[in-house]
Design a protein around this ligand. Sequence first.
Ligand SMILES: [Fe+2]
Length: 235
Amino acid sequence: MIDFHTHILPKTDDGSRSTDESLQMLSALKEQGIDTVAATPHFYANDESVHDFIKRRQASFEALKSKVSDGMPEIIPGAEVRYYEGISRLDGLRSLCLQGTGLLLLEMPMRRWTDYSIRELIDISCSGKIIPVLAHVERYMRFQQKGIFDALLENDVLMQINASFVNGLLTKRKAVGLIERRKVLFIGSDCHNMSDRPPNIGKAYETIRKKLGDDFSDSFNEYAKKFIYRKDEQL
Ligand SMILES: [Fe+2]
């Protein structure tokens, strides 16, 4: 099972503060049944270049990798990229995709998206080189016009929800419904640490299995893995 959204790389953003904390997070994810972890530190184009970010992320990734013992989940470097109008013209945008895939995790504005933004997401997707994945999409839903998410999905803009949306007593039903209707392909813990935002994804996967059955659950996981492990050239 995949955790598609984490802040597990040490000292790259407001997530893990040390290699030790990252290792504890990784162990917790393993205990929750996760075998593949997308490491998605925040990227803000205002603050640094893509080149500098990748250099910094790589150093952190290598520092962590050197301490990870056998049998731990595989970590794949990526980014949680804050969207801004014009992002499609950012040099190196594709290198912010989850490594080895064309999946680009985008953090969208917490307000009604402009027609320009929606068009730009679709254009990025239609470029054929990048598949946008909207991070924790549950946070934006209430701001958008009806039908926007279906229009985006029809154009292969994909959706990720946080485990907390599946775990929440008041939101569980909605989350499971979105998964059942294949509107959401990826789940992330969005874990930042071992204290106030710890890995919490095992329970979400259990809920999906309990509510939608083993067959659905297996095919959901396999489908997500196909996106992660297919070769870049297939895009
Ligand atoms: Fe995040």
